[in-house]
Design a protein around this ligand. Sequence first.
Ligand code: AP5
Length: 227
Amino acid sequence: MRIVLLGAPGSGKGTQAKLLVEKYKIPQISTGDLLRAAVSAGTELGKKAKAAMDAGQLVTDDIVLGIIQERLSKPDAKSGFILDGFPRNIPQAQALDAMLARLGQPLQLALLVDVDSEVLMKRLTGRRTCSQCGAIYNVYFSPSKSSGKCDKCGGSLMQRSDDNEETVRNRLRVYEEQTAPLVSYYKAQGKLRTVRGVGSINDIFKNITDIIEAQIRPLAAVMAQGA
Ligand code: AP5
């Protein structure tokens, strides 16, 4: 199962990706998470990426493609993956297609999580993430039971440094200019499906899994018959 999750910052890609990981036992590959880990570890790559991330701009393609290439070559990605936050522009999408063609494993589905832009600012400025297990909360929509602590593991909840109003505005602008054109890119390939990303997280997840079952399972069955 090889899926790209598309959608604006705050549309719920990370939230839904975590549920997909639990259900389908395939890894979530989030370039944002990989870059933040590199920044925290103070690696050379992290130092190069930090300024762009703080400004809400895209990190350069050569850096991002390097980390994706390395991540996709790990054994756990052989049986599938959910790409979250990658690709972010047409050159990245073309590079991904070329990488997957070399592996003989083309992308099966690009799933757009569609959310009206008015709600994104509140979702992002209200987001809190567990520093230990990565669980995602929101002070407005889905707060943890005990303030500042994760319900699942008791870890401290953190606010991302790029979830401030000014940086969010830049991220939303960059999305419209550079990432939104991917919708047409994947539509032209016949791989685009859209799900409304508003309402209960579980209802959205059900709609996503319905699309996956309809789109990917029959494809897998056909391939198995042909093998
Ligand atoms: P990245 O980490 O990818 O951030 P993003 O795309 O801006 O997306 P987010 O993680 O902010 O949002 P999400 O859609 O995952 O929403 P979430 O589920 O958390 O990128 C960060 C930076 O890294 C970029 O700006 C760039 O600099 C760099 N970068 C990353 N990838 C790159 C690439 N490929 N190329 C170049 N640069 C790259 O949900 C948000 C909030 O909403 C949460 O609080 C959640 O609880 C809440 N929520 C979710 N669903 C619902 C719902 N249904 N109802 C109410 N609230 C909800």
